[in-house]
Design a protein around this ligand. Sequence first.
Ligand SMILES: Nc1ncnc2c1ncn2[C@@H]1O[C@H](COP(=O)(O)OP(=O)(O)O)[C@@H](O)[C@H]1O
Ligand SMILES: [Mg+2]
Length: 96
Amino acid sequence: MRHRVFITGTDTDVGKTEVACSLLHLARQKGLSTAALKPIAAGCEFMTNENGTSEWKNADAVRLQQLCSIPLTYSEVNPVALKKGDRATSRRLRRK
Ligand SMILES: Nc1ncnc2c1ncn2[C@@H]1O[C@H](COP(=O)(O)OP(=O)(O)O)[C@@H](O)[C@H]1O
Ligand SMILES: [Mg+2]
């Protein structure tokens, strides 16, 4: 059976990632396979991957990716990654 959990909060830094990571961790302890999605993340930083490539990543999304039992790329976990202070991009997304 599949379980889908949607976690939301009224602001950034209110504990959404802590709750999500706890649930992913518990699910894995029970032997379930896990996948996480953070569709849009702001505050991304340019990070270097193990294979030497670099991309914009959000630290919370990286934590979620690490707790996926299914191997997912960063962009599969976080398809829209906005760099710090990227207000123009945020406005464009809001208009869509
Ligand atoms: N229940 C809690 N008690 C203490 N610190 C917490 C708690 N939940 C989150 N934090 C801390 O608050 C910060 C932001 O949490 P995070 O889960 O990343 O929030 P969000 O995902 O909403 O941005 C982190 O440093 C985290 O360790
Ligand atoms: Mg956060």
